[in-house]
Design a binder for this molecule. Structure first.
Ligand code: NAD
Ligand code: SER
Length: 319
């Protein structure tokens, strides 16, 4: 059997660190090359790392050939909140990075490509509750526009060139190993850091802003299950809806209070409120569940318990 050699681009980010570690467990540390613009995350020291800019197509191509890469996981992107501050750059990175990877995958006949989309593809005209896989999609952020266009580029490369590219529309992701990179759902990670360190948090979203969310272990499980599913089971070549839970700042703060009774939340909404208001409150992922057996494990209570068990140790090690 031909051995897999995987390149993770954007490996030092919130998802990249945990996905790289999970892939190394499956494929062996030496067969998963981490890469990023940023310096290597300490947690990734157990395997190969290359410094790489996904915008430099030639350098990327050289690395793919030199390292005998068979699969790419592309995680480098600019997220929603940062993107609204710099729309031109967000569009350029999110689109050109993807096109560079898809072109190289086609030219080098790579076995598989993974590229994440987001709930941000949906806009104010999409259904707010249980937003279906196929519905009105009119995003109003540059991030959402880039993800929607990216989904159709993936579909195009699959149909026209046979590239086996797969994708998930992640909800907001909550994790403790590495920090988030500038999204609207980042409040749901910040709140844990502030709860542990300060016992109080000022939310940049209003108390009743419900958004689709997921704990990182579920996101990693979904990604790996999607990538391991037989190609004939993959009926969506744009990107799959993926769901686990939906909560508001008020609800997550009440859950944290069960563990830290003195914790207090207050509200000072900023420009990110408009972004959050444009997204659905929950999504329907029935197609992912039917096609490749997706099932989430964590809800708000079990995620909160696990975050508060693990985060203090991580914060202490950074002191
Ligand atoms: P992140 O910002 O934490 O990490 C992105 C990484 O990409 C960073 O380490 C950054 O240094 C790197 N990077 C940026 N520009 C690069 C370049 N030119 N070349 C190489 N590396 C570069 O993002 P994340 O949260 O890990 O998100 C990863 C992917 O998942 C993105 O496509 C994002 O849109 C998607 N996503 C994330 C979430 C979430 O809640 N975290 C939700 C939905 C979708
Ligand atoms: N977590 C992401 C963001 O808020 C959603 O894609 O940008």
């Amino acid at each position: 059997m031909h051995k897999e050699k995987i390149l993770v681009i954007g490996a030092s980010g919130q998802i990249g660190v945990e996905l790289t570690l999970a892939l190394r467990k499956i494929y062996g540390a030496n067969n998963v090359v981490a890469s990023d613009l940023r310096e290597e995350n300490n947690l990734l020291k157990g395997g190969p790392y290359v410094s790489l800019d996904v915008m430099n197509k030639e350098m990327l191509h050289v690395q793919v050939i030199r390292q005998n890469i068979t699969q790419i996981y592309l995680l480098a992107a600019m997220l929603s909140a940062k993107g609204e501050k710099n729309p031109g750059l967000a569009w350029h990175l999110n689109m050109q990075g993807l096109l560079n990877v898809l072109d190289i995958a086609r030219e080098e006949n790579l076995k598989k490509v993974y590229w994440p989309s987001s709930i941000a593809v949906f806009g104010p005209t999409s259904p707010k509750q249980n937003c279906p896989q196929k519905t009105i999609i009119e995003p109003t952020t540059v991030y959402g526009i880039s993800k929607f266009a990216g989904e159709f580029w993936c579909n195009y490369y699959h149909l026209k060139y046979g590239v086996d590219v797969r994708s998930l529309r992640y909800p907001g992701l909550i994790s403790y190993k590495s920090e988030p990179g500038g999204g609207t759902t980042d409040y749901a990670v910040e709140i844990f850091h502030e709860a542990v360190e300060e016992k109080k948090y000022v939310s940049f979203l209003e108390e009743d802003t419900y958004l689709p969310m997921m704990y990182m272990p579920d996101a990693i499980k979904a990604t790996i299950e999607l990538m391991e599913a037989p190609a004939e089971n993959i009926t969506i070549r744009t990107s799959y809806n993926l769901s686990a839970m939906s909560f508001s700042p008020k609800e997550i703060s009440a859950e944290i209070k069960k563990h830290i009774p003195e914790f207090e939340i207050s509200y000072d909404p900023d420009y990110r409120q408009r972004i959050a208001n444009s997204w659905p409150q929950s999504v329907d992922d029935a197609v992912a569940r039917a096609d490749w057996g997706w099932k989430h494990e964590y809800d708000l209570a079990t995620m909160t318990e696990d975050m508060l068990k693990n985060l203090p140790e991580i914060l202490q090690s950074q002191d």
